[in-house]
Design a protein around this ligand. Structure first.
Ligand SMILES: *Cc1c(COP(=O)(O)O)cnc(C)c1O
Length: 384
């Protein structure tokens, strides 16, 4: 599919009002609307690279706990991804670990507001500026989240990306790239050229490729979890480009996004109440509850770190047999893309994390029963 610059870099009519209001809140210069956060990130990377042509083998630092999309798209754009370790209490990249991955080739850092949590970002932003490194905020899970100083997530980095696709806060489809300088916007326009081509994917191909990626990822995570995963990274890197066509999409339905936008506050309020309910029901278990959502006011998934990593698989299975869904979503991405960037805290975190649902698919009574199931099975494990 060939798309015209004007069709992408000009704001859709239905989003004009939203855009100007949102830019004010975020202190931004301009927004490009795409079909996915992945596409937004791809063009963010391209804009950054176009200003650093003197750097050979440019690097971007990504948090080890995030989805593989960030690194896949980085490779597509021409970046070598490097991986920073995380704070084991939150899963968020720590400033020290980001700094320790810096090299003269570092051109960008992506900070992910994981599960809706945030931290004070200004020290990271100041360090990035001092190193001429572009800071990209990934707020796909943190629409409307508040930093500790009350400014919105996505308002500190040079660029920020958002997702409105299924499983995120708004699920109507779409993604956004918020740009916070005239010169970055000019770089984006230049990189985009007059036309950009996007792969034409019919829905069958796209569904099969997505399913294949999910299965591959699950299969490889199981090997890594069992510590029998030697060669996983080589295998993954050999086939990963087969999925590239999934990541680039124009926005399809801007009117649907404009409608969903008006429901942000009430959706977040309901999610927040569900998180409070989990906290009441899960207060005394053999785990640590992540409570960053209470400060940021955004809960993407309710998350806890169990004290029994070796029994986590059995525990998850037992809860699923009671018909409650939970997930252990993220495996450290460095283990797929660059095992030599050791991230022990990410490994610690991935072996303990449990994510629970707070969206429209669950009701308060479901949450109460799910919590009882979690407590029951955790107690059994503690006694065995
Ligand atoms: C879902 C997600 C993305 C990708 O969003 P898409 O709109 O599906 O491309 C990127 N980053 C994070 C943190 C996400 O959770």
């Amino acid at each position: 599919m060939i798309i015209k610059k004007d069709d992408v870099l000009q704001t859709p009519e239905a989003l004009k009002e939203i855009e100007s209001e949102w830019l004010q809140q975020l202190n931004g210069t301009a927004i490009a609307w795409f079909g996915r956060a992945a596409t937004s990130l791809y063009w963010a990377y391209r804009a950054v690279l176009s200003r650093r042509v003197e750097v050979s083998q440019p690097e971007v630092i990504l948090p080890a706990i995030s989805c593989g999309t960030l690194a896949n798209v980085a490779l597509m754009a021409g970046f070598t991804p490097r991986f920073a370790d995380i704070d084991p209490q939150t899963g968020l990249a720590s400033l020290e670990s980001i700094q320790s991955r810096w090299t003269p080739r570092t051109c960008a850092v992506v900070f992910v507001h994981l599960f809706g949590q945030t931290i004070e970002l200004r020290p990271l932003a100041a360090w990035c500026r001092s190193k001429e490194v572009t800071l990209i905020e990934d707020a796909a899970q943190a629409l409307n989240a508040q930093l500790p100083d009350s400014s919105p997530a996505g308002s500190v980095g040079d660029l920020s990306v958002y997702s409105f696709n299924p499983s995120k806060i708004l699920e109507c489809g779409g993604g956004a790239l918020v740009v916070r300088s005239e010169s970055l916007w000019a770089a984006l326009e230049r990189e985009f050229g007059t036309y950009a081509s996007l792969p034409e994917l019919d829905s069958t191909t796209s569904a099969l490729l997505s399913l294949s990626y999910r299965n591959l990822h699950h299969a490889l995570v199981a090997l890594l979890r069992l510590n029998v995963g030697s060669g996983v990274s080589e295998l993954f890197l050999r086939v990963r480009a087969a999925y590239d066509s999934l990541y680039l999409r124009p926005i399809k339905n801007s009117a649907a996004l404009a409608t969903a936008w008006q429901q942000r506050a009430s959706i977040l309020e309901q999610r927040y109440r569900k998180a409070e309910l989990y906290t009441r029901k899960l207060a005394d278990g053999p785990w640590q509850l992540l409570d960053g959502w209470s400060q940021s006011k955004v809960c993407w998934r309710y998350s806890l770190l169990v004290d029994f990593p070796d029994q986590l698989a059995d525990f998850s299975e037992a809860v699923r047999r009671d018909r409650f869904h939970l997930s252990n979503l993220y495996w450290p991405t460095n283990q797929f893309f660059r095992p030599n960037d050791a991230c022990p805290n990410a490994d610690f975190f991935a072996r303990r994390i449990v994510n629970l649902w707070v969206d429209n698919s669950v009701t308060p009574s479901w949450i109460e029963q799910c919590s009882s199931s979690l407590v029951k099975h955790a107690t059994k494990i503690a006694q065995s």
